[in-house]
Design a protein around this ligand. Structure first.
Ligand code: NAD
Length: 269
C-alpha cells in the first residue's frame, strides 16, 4: 500500500511542530504539505527543519489550495481556520483528523455539515491514556450514580484560550452518558459568591491555568465515606501528535463517517 499523504495545517504552532515530527517518524505516512496563516513569519521555511527534525523538502505555504495532492489533513489550529480547511478537504475528497477545540454550537454544526460526506476523526484529546480514562469514567458513573458527587478538574499552560478544556468537556459528556443524563442540564461551570448548597446530580468543573502544564485532568466521585479519582497527566505534547497520526493511518480504511479515538482504539463496547 502506498504511503498515506498528510497535510499539517498550522505547522509552526505548538502542536503543528509535534505533528510534523510525528509524521516524519511514523511508518506508512508521508508529509505532503504544511501550511500557516498568511502573514506568518514561518511561511517559506522547511517544515521539518522548523520541527527540529531533518529537512523534509516541504516548505510551509499560506495557501492550502496548493496542497491538493494529499489524502488527509491533520488540523490543530483554531475553529475559524478549521472550518475553512474543512471546506477545502470536502471539495478535494480528503479526510480530516481534527484536534482543534473551542468550537461553539454554531461552528460545530457548520463543521458537521461541511464534512457530512468525508471520513473524519475528531477528538478533544488524542492520547491513548485519556481515551481509556473516558471509557472508565463512563463505566464508573453508571455504577456509582448520583450518590457520588461528580467533579471534573483540569489544568493547562498559560497560553490556552478556551476553558474548560475540550478534554474536560469530553469527560463531562462521558460522565453524563454513564448516568444517562444531559451534560447541558447538569453542568456547573463556575462558582462564585453565595452559590447555595451543591445541587444533587450536578457535574462541577474547575480550571487552573499556568506555566507550561501540558494537560492534567481528573474526574472525582465523592461520597461521604469514600472518593474515587480517575486521573490523567500528560507529560509531553508528543502523545497527542502520535495519537493523531495513528488516527490518520486508521482513517485510510474508512470511506466516510465521523469517528473519535474510541473508534480508532477499538474501545467501543
Ligand atoms: P498554537 O497557537 O501554538 O498553534 C496554532 C497554529 O495554527 C498557529 O501557528 C497559527 O498561526 C496556526 N493557524 C491559525 N490559523 C491558520 C490558518 N488559517 N491556516 C494555517 N494555520 C493557521 O496552538 P496549539 O497549542 O498548537 O493548539 C492548537 C489547537 O489544538 C487548540 O485548539 C488546542 O486546544 C488544540 N489541542 C488539541 C489537542 C488534542 O489532543 N485534541 C492537544 C493539544 C492542543
Amino acid at each position: 500500500m502506498a504511503d498515506m499523504r498528510i497535510v499539517i495545517v498550522g505547522a509552526s504552532g505548538r502542536m503543528g511542530r509535534m505533528l510534523v515530527r510525528a509524521v516524519s517518524q511514523a511508518d506508512g505516512v508521508v508529509l505532503a504539505g504544511a501550511t500557516e496563516r498568511s502573514g506568518s513569519e514561518f511561511v517559506g521555511r522547511d517544515a521539518g527543519e522548523l520541527a527540529g527534525v531533518e529537512t523534509l523538502g516541504v516548505r510551509i505555504v499560506d495557501d492550502i489550495s496548493t496542497c491538493s495532492e494529499a489524502d488527509v489533513i491533520i488540523d490543530f489550529t483554531a475553529p475559524v481556520a478549521t472550518l475553512s480547511h474543512a471546506a477545502f478537504a470536502a471539495s478535494k475528497g480528503m479526510g480530516m483528523v481534527i484536534g482543534t477545540t473551542g468550537f461553539d454550537a454554531q461552528q460545530m454544526a457548520a463543521l458537521k455539515h461541511t464534512l457530512a460526506a468525508s471520513p473524519v476523526v475528531m477528538a478533544a484529546n488524542y492520547s491513548v491514556g485519556v481515551n481509556l480514562a473516558l471509557n472508565l469514567i463512563e463505566r464508573a458513573a453508571a455504577v456509582l450514580g448520583n450518590d457520588y458527587d461528580a467533579e471534573i478538574f483540569e489544568a493547562h499552560h498559560k497560553h490556552k484560550v478556551d476553558a474548560p478544556s475540550g478534554t474536560a468537556l469530553a469527560m463531562g459528556r462521558a460522565l453524563a452518558a454513564g448516568r444517562e443524563v444531559d451534560l447541558d442540564e447538569t453542568a456547573v461551570y463556575a462558582r462564585e459568591g453565595i452559590t447555595g448548597a451543591r445541587k444533587p446530580g450536578s457535574i462541577g468543573f474547575s480550571v487552573v491555568r499556568g506555566g507550561n502544564i501540558v494537560g492534567e485532568h481528573q474526574a472525582m466521585f465523592i461520597a461521604d465515606e469514600e472518593r474515587i479519582e480517575i486521573n490523567h497527566v500528560a507529560a509531553d505534547r508528543m502523545v497527542f501528535a502520535k495519537g493523531a497520526v495513528r488516527a490518520a493511518g486508521w482513517l485510510a480504511s474508512q470511506s466516510t463517517g465521523w469517528y473519535d479515538m474510541q473508534d480508532v482504539l477499538n474501545l467501543r463496547d
